[in-house]
Structures are given as C-alpha cells and as structure tokens.
Design a protein around this ligand. Structure first.
Ligand code: HEC
Length: 156
C-alpha cells in the first residue's frame, strides 16, 4: 500500500519547516521563559535589519558584503521563528507584544514567516551580484515582510 505520494511528502516537509504546532504554556514561569526566547529571535532580526535599513536609507555606508551576511542571518533566524513561537503564552500575564492571533491563526502566521524566508533568500542572492540599487530594493522587500507580519500579529 502506498501511503504518501512523493508530491504529498514534499508538502508535508514544506509545512513542517515553517509551522510548529502550538503548545499552551504550562505555568507562568514556562510562559515567561518562552516569551524571553521568542523576543530574543526578534531582537536579533531587528539588529540585523537595522543595519540594512540604515544602508538602504544612506545613513551608513553601503556594503554589499554586510548586506549578504545579514540576509543570510535573517534567513536563518526566519527558520527559527516557528519553533520559538510555538509555546502559546496568551493565557498568562507576560510582558509581550505578541497578539493572540499568533496562536489563533497558525496558517496565516506560518505564511508570514515564509514571506520573510523568501524575501531574505532573495536579498542574499541579489547581494551576491553587488548591484547597489537592486540590493536596496531587495532590502525593501525584507522590510515589507517584517511589517506585514507585525500589522497582524504584533501590538503597536
Ligand atoms: C511571522 C511574523 C513576524 C515576522 C515575519 C517578523 N516579526 Fe518581528 N515580531 C513579531 C511578533 C509576534 C513580535 C512580538 C514578540 C513578543 O513581544 O513576544 C515581534 C517583535 C519584534 C521586535 C521587538 C522584540 C523585543 O521584544 O524587543 C523587533 C525588534 C522585531 N519584531 C523586528 C522584526 C524584523 C526586523 C523583522 C524582519 C526582518 C521581523 N520582526 C519579522 C512577528 C514577526
């Protein structure tokens, strides 16, 4: 008996790469720990994107090598978001900007993650060409995917 066609297997693999099934936090302590780790991933994203944004705006010197390095980091970090957001902390009073929608709309959330994964991969490729205006455009694409998720899943 054939359980999975190769095509179905590809779909399963693709899904598990970007979505982790939510697990409710078991205690306030657990929720606080999970929140700290979750925010750490986003802080690192912010740190790497800050430099790219400043470059795109001409506030710091343009450097294609830094753009490529940061794009690679952002891409790797994007692959960690699903894992570090899978603990649903919404039942506890933790200091967070994550909206309940993160766990209420898992499909939409994983699609937002995937947009960042693809945009950062694109930036990585474009950065390798050293073409300044194309790189600045691709940085804009990454920024859009950050903002797109924040609009729906982050407070403020
Ligand atoms: C899939 C959704 C999603 C994507 C994509 C995303 N973010 Fe966020 N971001 C969030 C959520 C949710 C929070 C709130 C986390 C919390 O407070 O628990 C957040 C918080 C942050 C924070 C505040 C972290 C802190 O607690 O100090 C920064 C900075 C940030 N994001 C930057 C970025 C940047 C830059 C990108 C793109 C490179 C990005 N984010 C992409 C969902 C996303």
């Amino acid at each position: 008996m054939k359980l999975f066609t190769p095509k179905a297997l590809v779909c399963i693999v693709a899904l598990t790469a970007t979505s982790a099934f939510a697990e409710p936090a078991k205690s306030l302590r657990h929720a606080e720990g999970a929140t700290e780790l979750r925010q750490s991933v986003f802080k690192l994203l912010g740190s790497n994107m800050g430099q790219l944004g400043a470059m795109a705006k001409g506030k710091i010197a343009f450097d294609a090598t830094v753009a490529e390095r940061n794009a690679k980091r952002i891409n790797q970090l994007s692959l960690m978001i699903a894992d570090y957001t899978k603990t649903d902390t919404s039942a506890f009073k933790v200091k967070t900007e994550a909206l309940g929608a993160v766990w209420e709309k898992p499909l939409e959330f994983s699609q937002s993650i995937e947009k960042l994964t693809l945009a950062s991969l694109n930036l990585q490729k474009v950065a390798a060409t050293k073409n300044e205006s194309a790189i600045k455009n691709a940085i804009g694409g990454v920024g859009k995917s950050c903002g797109g998720c924040h609009d729906v899943f982050k407070a403020e």
